[in-house]
Write a protein of this length. Structure first.
Length: 136
């Protein structure tokens, strides 16, 4: 069940991503993981010009962006996903452990939710597995 509040959060996530990326892009792939005491969010985007995806943490260096401004927007992303996770709980839906948020420059969104316990995998293992699945 999608709620109005969830839809608003999805839109806020998309808006924050657009504000973080400093060039024209085609598609964004974002990974978010949430459980009690642990949060992780990162994304890659495919630029309009170029075939290789750009990693979110490389943006400040590539575009000479103020680190504080970038961190503020990055923290917004974390807050959006925290609110989304809480909304799932309040709606008595099964709480996801991780998700992939895909956004196209046309505005089309797709979200793949994961519910398995991945707490035993290292962050590097999770990121490598995710990249192999979503980044071609």
């Amino acid at each position: 069940m999608e709620t109005k509040k969830m839809e608003q959060i999805y839109q806020q996530i998309a808006n924050t991503l657009v504000n973080l990326i400093q060039e024209d892009w085609v598609k964004i792939f974002l990974y978010a993981e949430y459980r009690e005491g642990y949060r992780k969010v990162f994304f890659y985007y495919y630029p309009q010009e170029g075939a290789k995806p750009v990693y979110s943490l490389d943006i400040p260096d590539l575009y000479n962006i103020d680190e504080d401004a970038f961190d503020e927007l990055d923290n917004e992303l974390y807050d959006h996903f925290s609110r989304l996770w809480v909304e799932f709980r309040e709606q008595e839906q099964e709480r996801w452990t991780n998700l992939t948020f895909i956004l196209e420059n046309t505005g089309k969104m797709k979200i793949d939710y994961g519910y398995q316990d991945i707490s035993e995998l290292s962050p590097v293992e999770k990121q490598d597995k995710w990249e192999a699945e979503y980044l071609q």
